[in-house]
Design a protein around this ligand. Structure first.
Ligand SMILES: Cc1ncc(COP(=O)(O)O)c(C=O)c1O
Length: 402
């Protein structure tokens, strides 16, 4: 064990960190399952899980053991060599996703970069000189230059012109707008959407998941790639392994990250059908993508999700939380929406201050997105008792606030 002890951060301490985040003045030193602990031992219920990352909870013993054992054996060799854990992780991910080919990356944005490259390659092969991709309003796809250009949030793009020229934006859920775009832009080759918009406010399309089926039909009709960003909705979050599995369709390209590594930085871009084989030798790569350690983590996370029936648990316990919130907050002007452990509570007013109130008065970690939506992303393996604990804290919080 290391003998280095860090001094606590003082409020007026100068920092060398780029100020890209407005950080809360609290840090956690330990976690276990659905709970986080500060240095003085105060326990917080974590309904955010590092923004939909630690789906199996904090410090999961099986994953911790896999990381420790692999770290003490072999961390990285590079993709110049065979990596049996990477092959095994790809096999597992193919099983749960229904996809054929997998490229491992290190983050969500990087996975979406891979998808955008696949779409460009697909278009170029068909003689489209400047291929275009349809994306949605209020979407979030990341903060690299291509993915921030795809993102439907002006704040994310502000000051970073020139944006890339790939994208045509339509309202989320609006199928006619897609057909309209098809008439106006002969260079469209793909659509990239989130099945449920996470950062945008836990938005499902007005017609529900049948939107995905409608998009699939349009993609078939025009020979476009259907690309789903499941960075946030994937890995059991919505009560299916991937959210598109709430439907009968399969996308051509699927991206994920976040819950894939339960906190270890990994991502993936996956293809099937007509998207297979578009990225060949020399056309894409990543030094860290699919390291021995990262791949073992992916394998272990999927295996653990399966063994714990965590996806089924997310569906059942998530449904219970939504039903209870609807009942217990029935006299409040709120709308509760979401699937599995991806739940939004739309309040009638902006409520960013609730994050601090929840933390300081109820020892509850939540997030507020799109100004007025309390976003809950608890562990997908949360127990019924923990869900009751969450409900008690949350209902008290909102009752006091509204
Ligand atoms: C749907 C979606 N896509 C992409 C990203 C970007 O992921 P990362 O922050 O790992 O680059 C996020 C992150 O919040 C996301 O929610």
């Amino acid at each position: 064990m290391t003998d280095i002890t860090l001094a606590p951060i003082q409020p007026d301490q100068p920092s060398h960190l780029m100020a890209t985040y407005g950080r809360q003045a609290i840090s956690f030193v330990r976690g276990r399952g659905a709970y986080l602990y500060t240095e003085d031992g105060t326990e917080y219920l974590d309904a955010l899980t590092g923004i939909a990352v630690c789906g199996l909870g904090h410090a999961h013993p099986v994953i911790a053991e896999a990381i420790a054992e692999q770290a003490a054996t072999l961390v990285h060799t590079s993709n110049l060599f065979e990596i049996p854990w990477q092959t095994a992780a790809a096999q597992k991910l193919a099983e749960v996703s229904g996809m054929e080919e997998i490229f491992f990356s290190n983050s969500g944005a990087e996975s979406n970069e891979g998808a955008i490259k696949i779409a460009r390659k697909f278009g170029t092969q068909q003689g489209v000189r400047l291929p275009k991709i349809i994306v949605a309003e209020q979407s979030f796809h990341g903060r690299t230059l291509a993915t921030l250009s795809a993102t439907g949030n002006k704040k994310v793009q502000d000051g970073f012109a020139p944006l890339t020229n790939d994208f045509i934006r339509v309202p989320f859920g609006d199928v006619e707008a897609i057909q309209e775009a098809a008439l106006q832009h002969p260079d469209i080759v793909a659509i990239l959407i989130e099945p449920i918009q996470g950062e945008g406010g836990i938005n499902t399309a007005p017609q529900g998941f049948s939107y995905l089926e409608e998009v699939r039909n349009i993609c078939n009709q025009h020979n476009w790639l259907m690309m789903l960003d499941e960075i946030q909705t994937g890995n059991g979050r919505t009560g299916k392994y991937f959210a598109y599995q709430h439907t009968n369709i399969v996308p051509d390209v699927l991206t994920t990250a976040k819950g894939l590594g339960n906190g270890f930085p990994v991502g993936a871009v996956m293809t099937q059908g007509k998207a297979v084989g578009l990225l060949g030798p020399g056309s894409h790569g990543s030094t860290y993508g699919g390291t021995v350690l990262g791949s073992r983590v992916v394998y272990t996370v999927i295996d653990t999700i399966q063994k714990e029936n965590a996806v089924e648990n997310a569906a059942v316990v998530g449904r219970y939380i939504v039903d209870q919130l609807r009942t217990q907050l029935a006299d409040k002007n709120v709308q509760v929406r979401g699937f599995g452990m991806m739940i939004g509570i739309q309040l009638p007013k902006d409520c960013a201050e609730l994050v601090a109130i929840a933390r300081d008065q109820h020892q509850l970690i939540i997030n507020v997105t799109a100004g007025s939506v309390v976003r809950l992303l608890p562990p997908i393996n949360m127990t019924q008792a923990q869900a009751d604990d969450l409900l008690e804290r949350l209902v008290a919080l909102i009752n006091n606030y509204l």
